[in-house]
Write a protein that binds this ligand. Structure first.
Ligand code: GLC
Length: 451
């Protein structure tokens, strides 16, 4: 059994840490301008202009939730989180509490319903993203990251806006989401911020506070959510830590801990390119190898990865997104055993240079991921008395190994730079590898440990 103790939280995170890999889906009106989901804020676009151009015309006629669900499943993703409503304030579901919703567009269908049905049918767990920011709601106060912040009359526009009414509106919508769509596994709120969070600009518009648990009435929200779906996983962005923390667009190097040493359950979220919403002209798409490495590194630090897609305004995933998902599919088909049910390797194991380790929760198997392919042999410390058998994970072909005896080793003679003179013979095992890298972006050695 893994020796790492994760702090217990109110929600059920056991399935989450087993499954490790999920799909984030960012979809909304912003897919139409196709230049970032923050476009309203970036370009100071008021409601009337945005709605006249986009809301009136929104019609993702090629949206096919089953197709996206199948692609997610093929990529090895076990759960998904869809933006039911992003900062633009547009609801992708048939809410009673707002007219600014998908069923009032030419599309006319409840997209959240289609998502839930299709992903469930493919056996994936269901998550909802719900924005705490709302740039459309009449009672959401204008602050430093609101599209109307630069208006000379911004302060006056805030008069009469009442965040209490807005907080109640959010509870009403969340009640709908957690009542009308069956069991929901994860609820992903987004996000709390300090007054000077945005571009370092201090905001005088909202009383200089920023927005957080007081404005969202986070405690009431959490109480409501737990009363409706007690098991649900809630993220940390209501400003009160719940079940998971959510580092965004960055790769942690260590598994985060509480002060008493207990580990936090964490889920990184990442994009294929530089935007969450569909961004036509954005070109910084990550390479297939980098994508696979991100997943491995995350699990190697005890975390989950939520990888994002942004469907285009006709509702489908463009070829760049499909190719990125295919990269995962190609690798996960043969190597997912080093991901599902795996976590950070026990501290007794040190990853050889150029490799990352994961270990199965039951402690029985160790996975050595070869990010850079060594020449002929790989030497690893501390394994000599512990190893029973080794094979490549992708084809179950045996990898022969032998212990290294101190006297047989001259500095640098095995595994090149991976062997340091002072460590020779310290329980080292030498794996003999084929000279040519197998046809895997990241080959994995599966080590069967002695019980
Ligand atoms: C940020 C952004 C948002 C995105 C989210 C995903 O908070 O505001 O656009 O949805 O990150 O983590």
């Amino acid at each position: 059994m893994s020796s790492y103790i994760r702090r217990k939280t109110p929600g059920d995170t056991d399935w989450l840490v087993h499954d490790r890999f999920g799909m984030f889906i960012h979809f909304g009106l912003y897919a139409m301008p196709a230049r970032h989901e923050w476009i309203r804020e970036r370009e100071d676009i008021p409601n009337e202009v945005y709605d006249e151009k986009y809301f009136k015309r929104f019609n993702p006629d090629l949206f096919d939730a089953r197709d996206i669900a199948r692609r997610a499943k093929a990529a090895g993703m076990k759960y998904a989180v869809l933006t039911t409503r992003h900062h633009e304030g547009f609801s992708l579901f048939d809410t009673q509490y707002s007219d600014y919703k998908i069923t009032n567009t030419p599309f006319g269908r409840d997209l959240v319903r289609e998502y839930v049905d299709a992903f469930r049918a493919e056996g994936l767990k269901i998550g909802f993203y719900y924005s705490l920011l709302d740039w459309h709601h009449p009672h959401y106060t204008i602050d430093q990251c609101h599209p109307l912040r630069n208006r000379p009359d911004a302060k006056e526009l805030n008069e009469g806006r009442d965040m209490k009414i807005y907080a109640e509106f959010m509870r009403n919508q969340v009640r709908e989401l957690l009542t009308n769509y069956g069991k929901i596994d994860e609820l992903w709120f987004d996000f709390s911020f300090k007054s000077d969070w945005y571009n370092g600009k201090y905001s005088f518009l909202d009383g200089g506070k920023g927005k957080g648990p007081d404005e969202w009435e986070s405690e009431k929200m959490i109480e409501l959510v737990r009363s409706l779906q007690p098991h649900i996983v809630i993220n940390d962005r209501l400003g009160i830590e719940q079940d998971i923390i959510t580092p965004e667009q960055r790769q942690l190097k260590e598994w985060p801990q509480h002060e008493n040493g207990e580990y936090r359950t964490w889920e990184a979220c990442q994009t294929f390119s530089g935007s969450w919403g569909y961004y036509r002209d954005e070109m910084t798409w990550k390479s297939p190898k980098m994508l696979i490495e991100m997943l491995i590194k995350t699990v190697a630090c005890g975390g989950n990865l939520l990888m994002n897609v942004g469907p285009c305004a006709r509702g489908y995933l463009d070829s760049r997104a499909c190719n990125a998902l295919d990269a995962y599919a190609g690798w996960m088909k043969y190597n997912s055993r080093s991901i599902y049910g795996c976590t950070m390797a026990e501290p007794e194991f040190t990853a050889p240079v150029g490799t990352w380790l994961t270990q199965s929760e039951d402690g029985e198997r160790l996975y050595i991921h070869l990010f850079s392919y060594p020449y002929g042999a790989l030497v690893m410390d501390g394994l000599a008395d512990k190893i029973e058998y080794a094979q490549f994970l992708h084809d179950a072909s045996e990898i022969q190994f032998q212990p290294l005896a101190v006297e047989r080793v001259a500095a640098g003679s095995y595994g090149g730079s991976q062997v340091r003179g002072d460590k020779h013979g310290a329980g080292q095992i030498k794996f003999t590898l084929p000279p040519v890298q197998p046809d895997q972006l990241v080959p994995v050695i599966e080590v069967f440990l002695k019980k």
